[in-house]
Design a binder for this molecule. Structure first.
Ligand code: NAP
Ligand code: MG
Length: 486
């Protein structure tokens, strides 16, 4: 047995993939989940039909009123028990994430910790759904304002953080009193399946959360959104699919929350601590092999420090150990699939043709597995594809600037607006610069912005709504106001 199949087998409670009303159902056909580091088949999961998706919707719709009526303290307690259980099963979850997604075990453990925080956070937020009582300005009436669950939700998650993207949505939905169907990415359904079982074991009533795995994601979500009973969709993934889902929401006026792509600038100003900026660059670029929507995508470095920065950065990137995520010395795992790897090769070729120089890496690594060398390019022209597109892999492109105004203009010259990073030792200047960056999140001398207590999300074409923080639960709540003749 390989380490990856072993990780899947020890993840006890791994069920079919189709969870409806507390029962794991089997389907006529199934589809395979592959280890991206070896190409090995790890498991088969249910390939649900549209009809089975509608049955899952019947179930969450039937459970909706009951769950909304459960006292918020009790909803919170279930989330808290799930938090404790997830921490207790940290290693099993981490190994499973690493096996199906490819990330190094240390990063998978960090994902379990990060993902668990959303359960703890929302267990605490569940009891703080605020209302208001106001006196009408004309004195003639009273206004009583309350919040209530929006209703059945559809939650669609990506493969890059299979646990954390699920808990971030599920935690908020359940705390708000909503029921939900979660549809995990086809490449990484196993973690979600195990997590759903954990929630059942923590006391979540049947039908409150159903899971649907399918090869027909578009057909399924199209049918669910056309049905009329889904009141909200929360999606994390590509901007193209997000755009399609938003248009489908128009039909029944479904509220969308969207976490879409990014094209994060990483600005290093002339007065930055270069060693610290390189440390930050390693994290902002290489966390999750660069497969994060917040990943640094464009390194904009002041010409006064660009040589020092690029040399140090390329040295560090060139010494990273690439390998199977479950090998103890691995620092960089495979990218998710062949298509992703081919895109990376094309992005490098394009930049080199336009005059960029490869400082380290630059190539796909022969199989088995879909590995790509950690890569640094300098002199990346702003016309190159990797400057305008989301790279989603272990490639860093460095571009010079001469004054900060120019850097801000370049940084903002994208339709995306998720995360940005700025390294500078001048507090006043960096705060003022942060205000001029058109991004939902800015890291100042800091390479990780993700935090369960903060409102995560983007502006422009990077998305709609926020997840986490005090703000995250609002997307799952409707306001009602009662006018009182008093
Ligand atoms: P994707 O196609 O947007 O997939 C994300 C999720 O949406 C998956 O669960 C997927 O299911 C589902 N999906 C796909 N097509 C759908 C449709 N027509 N209707 C409803 N759901 C649908 O993303 P991807 O193909 O995995 O990755 C492509 C690119 O998206 C990446 O290179 C990256 O640029 C971006 N991305 C961004 C994030 C992020 O965190 N913002 C995460 C992942 C990817 P299936 O797996 O069954 O297709
Ligand atoms: Mg896709």
């Amino acid at each position: 047995m390989t380490v990856a199949t072993e990780a899947v087998h020890t993840a006890a409670g791994l069920a079919s993939g189709l969870l409806v009303d507390g029962e794991w159902l089997t389907t006529e056909s199934t589809f395979g989940v592959v280890d991206p580091a070896t190409g090995e088949m790890l498991a088969q999961v249910a390939d649900a039909s549209v009809e089975q998706g509608i049955a899952a919707l019947d179930s969450i719709n039937n459970a909706a009123a009951g769950w909304a009526g459960v006292p918020s303290r009790d909803r919170g307690e279930i989330l808290r028990r799930a938090f404790d259980a997830l921490k207790a099963q940290r290693e099993d979850f981490a190994r499973l994430i690493s096996a199906e997604m490819g990330k190094p075990l240390a990063e998978a453990r960090a994902e379990v910790d990060y993902g668990a925080e959303f359960l703890r956070w929302y267990s605490e937020e569940a009891v703080r759904l605020e209302g208001d009582y106001r006196v009408s300005p004309d004195g003639g009436s009273r206004l009583l304002i309350s919040r209530r669950p929006i209703g059945p939700c559809l939650l669609i998650t990506p493969w890059n953080f299979p646990l954390a993207m699920a808990t971030r949505k599920i935690g908020a939905a359940l705390a708000a009193g909503c029921t939900a169907i979660v549809k995990p990415a086809g490449q990484t359904p196993l973690t979600t399946i195990k997590f759903a079982q954990l929630l059942l074991d923590a006391g979540l009533p049947k039908g409150v959360l159903n899971v649907v795995t399918t090869t027909g994601s578009g057909r399924l979500s199209g049918a669910l959104l056309a049905d009329g009973r889904i009141r909200k969709i929360s999606f994390t993934g590509s901007t193209g699919v997000g755009r399609l889902l938003i248009s489908q929401c128009g039909q029944n006026i479904v509220r969308p929350s969207m976490e879409l792509g990014g094209n994060a600038p990483f600005i290093v100003d002339a007065d930055a601590d270069v060693a610290r900026a390189v440390d930050g660059a390693m994290v902002a670029k290489m966390r999750n092999m660069g497969e994060a929507c917040t990943a640094a995508n464009r390194f904009l470095v002041h010409s006064a420090v660009i040589d020092e920065f690029s040399t140090l950065f390329a040295e560090r990137m060139g010494t990273l150990t690439v390998g199977h995520g479950l090998d103890s010395d691995t620092q960089v795992g495979p990218v998710i699939d062949d298509a992703a790897r081919n895109t990376l090769s094309a992005l490098v070729e394009d930049a080199v043709e336009r005059g960029a120089e490869i400082r380290t890496g630059g190539h796909a690594i022969d199989g088995p597995g879909t590995f790509f060398e950690p890569t640094v390019l300098t002199g990346v022209p702003v016309e190159s594809r990797m400057f305008g597109e989301e790279i989603f892999g272990p490639i860093a492109g460095v571009t010079a600037f001469d004054d900060l105004d120019e850097a801000v203009r370049l940084a903002n010259s994208t339709e995306y607006g998720l995360a940005a990073y700025l390294y500078s030792n001048n507090v006043e200047r960096s705060l003022r610069t942060a205000e001029r960056l058109d991004f939902g999140m800015v890291g100042l001398n800091r390479a990780i912005v993700s935090n369960a207590a903060a409102p995560f999300g983007g502006i422009k074409q990077s998305g709609l709504g926020r997840e986490g923080g005090r703000e995250g639960i609002n997307d799952y709540l409707d306001l009602q106001y009662v006018a009182i003749d008093a």
